[in-house]
Write a protein that binds this ligand. Structure first.
Ligand SMILES: Nc1nc2c(ncn2[C@@H]2O[C@H](COP(=O)(O)OP(=O)(O)OP(=O)(O)O)[C@@H](O)[C@H]2O)c(=O)[nH]1
Ligand SMILES: [Mg+2]
Length: 347
């Protein structure tokens, strides 16, 4: 059953901030965009997610069949806002209508991850449904990094673990030129089964989720797109196989409905608040503990000082006594000497 929020009526203006609509799709989009349910009857939807620089926008361009999204090798994160395109699969006018959504990468160079999450969540709520969440992963990065971990963890919290059913992990930069094949043969880079195995284990251990090795992984070299020279048959065939895989996965998937995100977000906000309260109380506790320790410390220092002082005072009086005694002895000695002298004189 759809919540009232999900069924809420929309018009084209609600989408304008996020989506560009290809001129030839304007009619079909405008006719169906008054609710997510009707839009869903016409369009498939793909959302690209992942760590910054791992090829989301490049893959988005491949899927849209034209350079819609900015993609480059800058050190800084390139995509700064969620952007989508209502088009047809690979820009083939007779093909399936498609909404392709590109997102800013996690591990943003300017530290804007939480802003990006809000942007992604509100944009997906506007679109209302996603058939495929493509998580791009640069296959040359061997180790699963913490940015990807926190990205997926957060997304599965926001979208619920149902989200994993619609996940397709796409290894990018998986090239089939002679050098890349040679490097894999020599064991310098990982082969497909090894990458799948590694990623499956990571998903299992980190998120308790089992991804299907046959359907939920694919491999692409986005640089093949738009390249006309220097490509051999294998490179083209692998590129086409990957796109077919993405298409079939998207066509076969039950759409993930983004209507429940708000509920989950509320829960997350509550949890965040709880964490804040706990952190604050922990800070108060720590301050109390520190103050108590300071008191104990001050007392002990006082004691030591006291002990030191009385030991010092005892020492002083002992010294005084000894000085006095010495003085007495000297006086007694002088007196005895005088007595001896006078005795000697009288005899
Ligand atoms: N050779 C090769 N280069 C790729 C591939 N995918 C992406 N690139 C290059 O990697 C760089 C980053 O790609 P983008 O598509 O901008 O990455 P992104 O994930 O959108 O990055 P942000 O927008 O910063 O999050 C660009 O220079 C791309 O040309 C690929 O499959 N093969
Ligand atoms: Mg990008």
């Amino acid at each position: 059953m759809y919540s009232s929020k999900y069924s809420e009526r929309k018009n084209i203006r609600d989408y304008q901030k996020i989506l560009k609509v290809k001129p030839q799709m304007t009619n079909i989009f405008t006719k169906n965009c008054h609710s997510s349910e009707t839009l869903l009857t016409q369009f498939r939807s793909i959302c690209l997610l992942g760590v910054t620089g791992h090829g989301k926008s490049s893959l988005g361009n491949v899927i849209c069949g034209e350079n819609v999204f900015e993609a480059n090798a800058a050190l800084k994160s390139v995509t700064e806002k969620v952007q989508g395109m209502a088009t047809t699969w690979r820009d083939i006018s007779t093909h399936v209508p498609l909404i392709c959504i590109d997102t800013p990468g996690f591990g943003d160079s300017e530290g804007r991850d939480s802003e990006h999450v809000e942007d992604i969540v509100s944009s997906l709520k506007t679109i209302g449904f996603v058939h495929t969440f493509i998580i791009t992963w640069n296959c040359l990065e061997n180790r699963f990094n913490e940015q990807l971990d926190s990205t997926i963890r957060l997304l599965s919290q926001i979208f619920s673990t149902d989200f994993f059913r619609n996940v397709l992990v796409c290894f990018t930069k998986f090239a089939h030129d002679k050098r890349s094949i040679g490097l894999r043969k020599k064991g310098k880079n990982l082969e497909k089964p090894e990458l799948i195995d590694q990623m499956q284990k990571e998903f299992k251990n980190r998120f308790g989720c089992t991804l299907n090795p046959t359907t939920q992984f694919c491999f692409i070299d986005n640089s093949v797109f738009g390249e006309t020279d220097d490509l051999d048959l294998l490179q083209v065939a692998e590129f086409e196989t990957c796109l077919e895989h993405i298409f079939n996965f998207t066509a076969d998937s039950k759409p993930f409905l983004c209507r429940d995100i708000k509920v989950v977000l509320n829960e997350i906000e509550e949890l965040r608040q709880l964490v804040r309260v706990l952190e604050e109380s922990q800070r108060v506790d720590l301050r109390e503990i520190a103050a108590n320790w300071q008191k104990v410390l001050d007392k002990r220092v006082g004691q030591l000082r006291g002990e030191g002082r009385s030991r010092y005072e005892r020492q002083i009086s002992e010294n005084d006594r000894l000085v006095q005694e010495t003085r007495d002895i000297k006086q007694r000695g002088a007196k005895m000497k005088q007595e001896a002298e006078s005795m000697r004189r009288s005899t």
